[in-house]
Write a protein that binds this ligand. Sequence first.
Ligand code: OGA
Ligand code: MN
Length: 291
Amino acid sequence: MDQHVHRRAGSISINRLSEPAGAEVVGIDLSLELGTNERDILFEALLKHHVLVIRDQDLTSDQQMALTAKFGKPESHVFHDAEGKSGPQVHIVNNLDKHGNPSSRPTTFGSFFWHTDKSYHEIPSLATFLHARELPPGGGGDTEFANMYNAYESLDDAVKKQIADLRAVHSWEANRRNTGNRPATEEEKKLRPPVSHPLVRTHPDTRRKTLYIGIHADCIEGLERKKGIELLKKLYRHSTERENVYAHSWKPGDLVIWDNRCLLHRVVGNYDMDSHRRILHRSVVIGTRPC
Ligand code: OGA
Ligand code: MN
């Protein structure tokens, strides 16, 4: 057996952070290769708590990718690779402008809106891994997570019935439009045509129903555009009420894993973005077609 495989499965503890989502995992060093047992403990905790927080880690990109690959097939990133490569690599999330300076208008800002990763793809992301490397000194730049099981379950029966068979159209173009980013180019639209996903999704591992919406959702199939947008807005508001949200306050070294299949998330600009850098390393595993 590999010398570096983790051997401390017995000492892992999982402490819930809030009712809607979040648990801190204590007693694990993610720089060591996870054994099957640790991997299973983490995956089970992810299904139960939706967001896992592992503090005080210091992972190289290779170590982060090795961890990521234990959970599924790593997603490729064409842009923002940490090492300037494409393919399944760790890439960088930051608040820098095109000159590399901290900014309240960074080059990408789509994640300031409630979303679930890559819902504009036919096969969206399963889990995202974010590792805090550099944070604003006074705190802030929290990431918020809304529990979409709760969001679905707490709907009125009449609404549940109304949306049971509806599908939302998600698209890259809608992402750009709804977030106020530069419009999608014709080439991007061709590369990333709109896709439709059920509004009510069954989580493939827990078999529980979740609401599957977010900023990339453009309209509802078969509904007049305005009516569809109204319905989506009503569902967002309901889903992201404060009591349904876990807000993660980052500390340097945090490694956070979340389940995109039952959460919406967004980053909050609650710090002086024009003065301070916020740098995280990101990796993702691909999920399955929502159904
Ligand atoms: C993401 C994302 C939020 C953040 O990486 O998918 O939405 O807190 N990030 O930077
Ligand atoms: Mn995201």
